[in-house]
Ligand binder design. Structure first.
Ligand code: MUC
Ligand code: MG
Length: 381
């Protein structure tokens, strides 16, 4: 008899960050993970994660909304389905719910983790195998202070942890942002690559001015300078500048990838498992970009270890990953809810070798950081 899905739990987990993380649209002091535990009738448990940035400020799903969608609609739809058939389970979810990509990504991850554990293989084996065991991983400098960012970058370079730095800009006037980036690039010189992420904050005219100055300052890559829907503007910027333009918010899955390719809108695609509704959706989007000669980049929604390692299994299968990854989310967290935190060494994240994701939840830590546990404590006073 085939094992079925017997229960699904979605847990909100609030973890403090090591420092304030300033983006154009929000400043993060903590990160909220939605952790999914999916239990099967054969006793196997799969885990997954859905995480976004700054509540509803980055995407259309909030942590609380993700939990509600899973508890109310998605988990009941998976009740008693064949736990070994991930594609059929995902078709079922697409029938009962439109969108809700982040929530679906967490469930697909948990199904894949469970099935890989059942077969006794790493998750990446289910995807056809890894073409690389390590992923170059950058670090985002986003303290909001130029001198502090330079110190942070120097320390991480000396530790050989990161040699590419992404700077979050778009909060201040264009000239202030350019001065901030140019100072950091001057300090680091050829020892590090510097990229910027504007998170849609500029209009096209600001972008034209800003990108020209950033290009002259030696910046290597410009991420999502203008709003996601302004594809024609993105195409004009991509045609105008030599420095590559990367689409992030503009590309969720393969359907966006097709439109971006058709319009010549971007030189690079930022792939994220949450945006694409899961690992297979990410591979579809990657295939569109790759076939069109668009360079690929392994993006993050600043997930904790479970989501970051799920993405790592996916990105390790891509033949082309020209711009490496930004899977540093676990390093931004002061503490975590897993037994073993991921390994970052020699400027790269190392794929765990255990079965499934290769990640085990630390139940004590989970009990400590889960939001409902904290509510009980406060309510009991
Ligand atoms: C984004 O927009 O790319 C990735 C790194 C980081 O610091 O924020 C994220 C979100
Ligand atoms: Mg981005």
């Amino acid at each position: 008899m085939k094992p079925t899905v017997s229960s699904i739990e979605a847990i909100l987990v609030d973890l403090p960050t090591i420092r304030a993380h300033q983006l154009a649209m929000t400043t993060m002091q903590k990160q909220t993970l939605v952790i999914v535990k999916l239990r099967c009738s054969d006793g196997i448990e799969g885990i997954g994660e859905a995480t976004t940035i700054g509540g509803l400020s980055y995407g259309e799903e909030s942590p609380e909304g993700i939990k509600l969608a899973i508890d109310t609609y998605l988990a009941p739809a998976l009740s008693e389905v064949d736990a070994t058939n991930v594609h059929a389970a995902m078709v079922r979810l697409d029938k009962v719910a439109r969108g809700n990509r982040f929530a679906k990504c967490a469930l697909e991850t948990a199904l894949l983790d469970a099935q890989a554990k059942r077969l006794g293989v790493p998750l990446v084996t289910l995807l056809g195998g890894a073409v690389r065991e390590t992923l170059p991983t950058l670090w985002t400098l986003a303290s909001g202070d130029t001198a502090r960012d330079i110190d942070e970058a120097e320390r991480l370079l000396a530790e050989r942890r990161h040699n590419t730095f992404k700077l979050k800009i778009g909060r201040r006037a264009v000239s202030d942002d350019v001065a901030h980036v140019a100072a950091i690039k001057r300090a680091l010189g050829d020892r590090a690559r510097v990229t910027v992420d504007v998170n849609q904050a500029w209009n096209e005219a600001e972008a034209a001015t800003g990108i020209a100055a950033l290009e002259a300052a030696g910046v290597d890559l410009i991420e999502q300078p203008i709003p996601r829907d302004q594809r024609a503007g993105l195409a004009r910027l991509a045609a105008r500048f030599v420095v590559p333009i990367m689409a992030d918010e503009a590309i969720l899955g393969a359907e966006d990838a097709v439109e971006l390719v058709r319009g010549g809108c971007a030189d690079v695609f930022a792939l994220k498992i949450a945006k694409a509704g899961g690992l297979y959706g990410t591979l579809r989007a990657a295939a569109v970009g790759d076939a069109a000669g668009v360079a690929l980049y392994g993006g993050t929604m600043l997930e904790g270890t479970i989501g970051s390692i799920a993405a790592a299994h996916c990105f390790c299968t891509l033949r082309q990953l020209a711009w490496g990854t930004e899977l540093f989310g676990p390093l931004l967290l002061k503490d975590d809810i897993v037994v073993e935190r991921p390994t970052y060494r020699e400027f790269a994240l190392h794929l765990p070798t255990g079965v499934g994701l290769g990640v085990t939840i630390d139940e004590d830590k989970l009990a400590h950081y889960r939001r409902d546990a904290q509510r009980v404590v406060i309510g009991a006073r």
